[in-house]
Ligand binder design. Structure first.
Ligand code: THU
Length: 160
């Protein structure tokens, strides 16, 4: 038996330590939480993507009475970005969330597994690292590429 130990690097920032561009992206993700449609979970998630051409697009979770028909903020945002700007790599994705009391989470919001897989596809598609900023009011996590969120990931290369 052998062990494979996988380490990931997460950079932790206070909001004031971030670049202006990253602060703006986080603010766009925060604002997107107010457009969330979450009548079932009352958990409002927002995401904002900065594309290589500088455009910022944002999205939020969209729930449905038939629960699995809804979609997370990250996928809403990435699919919109890819649909509107299919030739533009996504450089950075910021994610923010508010709880049922309407408060922003103190700790960084961890994206669900399905969203991590979609982030990986976006990164693979454009052959460019997709940075991820997970917002919390107390600190912010930066993952410099999606592989850090999804070790031992499945992508098209696994099918060769
Ligand atoms: N949600 C997201 O939008 N992103 C995530 O990464 C985690 C969960 C949404 C889905 C659902 O509308 C609500 O949060 C509760 O799961």
């Amino acid at each position: 038996m052998k062990n494979l130990d996988i380490q990931i690097n997460v950079k932790i920032y206070a909001f004031e330590e971030l670049s202006i561009a990253d602060r703006e992206l986080i603010e766009a993700a925060r604002q997107a939480t107010f457009r969330s449609y979450a009548p079932y979970s009352h958990f409002s998630v927002g995401a904002a993507a900065r594309l290589a051409n500088g455009v910022v697009v944002s999205g939020c979770n969209q729930e449905n009475a038939a629960y699995p028909s809804g979609l997370c903020a990250e996928r809403t945002t990435l699919f919109y970005a890819n649909a509107q700007y299919p030739d533009q790599p996504v450089c950075t994705l910021a994610i923010a969330a508010r709880n049922e009391k309407g408060e922003f989470l103190a700790q960084p919001i961890p994206p669900c597994g399905a969203c991590r897989q979609v982030m990986l596809e976006t990164q693979t598609r454009y052959r460019k690292p997709l940075r991820v900023l997970l917002y919390g009011t107390e600190n912010i996590y930066e993952l410099q590429h999606v592989g850090l969120l999804l070790p031992l990931s499945f992508d098209a290369s696994a099918m060769k």
